[in-house]
Design a binder for this molecule. Structure first.
Ligand code: AKB
Length: 310
């Protein structure tokens, strides 16, 4: 049975993954860690710096952890404010986890990559698994390098590192914090507080997105899949639906026609323009039965009901 550690448990994905895992009974023990003093949850939380190999190793050894979900990262937009800090955190924390896997201290790792690995030279629609990758952000460069290192460790040292290239994740309670797709979470909070929302992406900018419940489901499915079936050793393309800021505004106006939004694209527009519009996720569907449950409308309705807005 697994003894699980979520590194970066207080972030957008970590906070929901810890809830989802704590409701399951197919593992022995769940530990959460992050660099914050306290967790927002009442789960088994510890402050551990993933950049310290010694601290991480001690924590993992002391608690006999064998499965790690390494989610700590600086995202695309925030990453551009300090590209070297982004590279340092994203890569060196991953190297620490990879090293522990190589040493046989941990048996299985999940690590998220992103559509940010793509750049301007791949097809924008149904971007294939093996398309060109010329990321334009420090975050994207770190995710692409990380993917290649995961593949290298799996092939060279026989480790079991699994990964998904996430689209923008839509959630309702934890903001993603520093992403180019954050508008899709922020807008609901403006709507709730009856404030006008100014989108930092233009109205028609269409990006691949996924609802948090589907994202969590994808992680758990991939981690529970048979290793023999996994053809992708780097990171799996994953798709759910695609949408633009205008599409959300139209849905919100149907509920309250006084809701106002305008558009003031900033540096994040260039990042969004370099990313795919839609993703081809055939490998994920074939290898581990990936199928999303939430389309655009269902996602909007779920978020609105979670925020008690409908
Ligand atoms: C971001 O916008 O940086 C992230 C991502 C797509 O990886 N949400």
């Amino acid at each position: 049975m697994s003894r699980i550690l979520i590194v970066g448990s207080e972030g957008q994905i970590g906070s929901q993954l810890s809830k989802a895992l704590s409701n399951r009974d197919d593992f022995d023990c769940l530990f959460l860690c992050d660099i914050k003093e306290k967790s927002r949850t009442d789960l088994n939380y510890f402050k551990v710096d993933a950049l310290s190999y010694d601290d991480l190793k001690k924590f993992i050894n002391d608690n006999k952890i064998n499965e790690v979900y390494h989610l700590a990262a600086i995202l695309s937009a925030k990453g551009e404010k300090d590209p070297m800090r982004t590279w340092n955190l994203n890569m060196n924390s991953l190297f620490n986890v990879l090293k522990l896997a190589k040493e046989g201290i941990i048996e299985k790792v999940f690590w998220p990559s992103s559509i940010a690995v793509f750049g301007n030279n791949n097809p924008k629609n149904d971007t294939p698994q093996f398309s060109d990758k010329e990321p334009i952000t420090s975050y994207g460069i770190s995710k692409l390098a990380g993917e290649n290192w995961c593949k290298y460790y799996n092939k060279t040292y026989g480790t079991d590192i699994r990964s998904i290239r996430f689209p923008g994740v839509m959630s309702y309670d934890t903001l993603s914090g520093g992403g180019t797709t954050d508008y899709a979470v922020e807008i609901f909070h403006s709507f709730k507080s009856k404030k006008k929302y100014t989108s930092f992406l233009d109205r028609e900018t269409t990006l691949p997105m996924i609802y948090i419940d589907d994202a969590i489901d994808g992680i758990i499915k991939l981690m529970r899949a048979s290793k023999k079936k996994l053809r992708i050793q780097s990171s799996y393309n994953l798709s759910s639906f695609s949408m633009s800021p205008k599409m959300i505004v139209e849905e919100l106006k149907k509920i309250d026609n006084k809701f106002q939004a305008d558009y003031a694209p900033d540096y994040r527009q260039t990042i969004a323009d370099s990313w795919p519009n839609t993703i081809d996720d055939t490998y994920a569907r074939e290898d581990w039965d990936w199928n999303s449950k939430y389309d655009f409308k269902k996602t909007i309705n779920h978020i609105l009901s979670k925020l008690a807005l409908i």
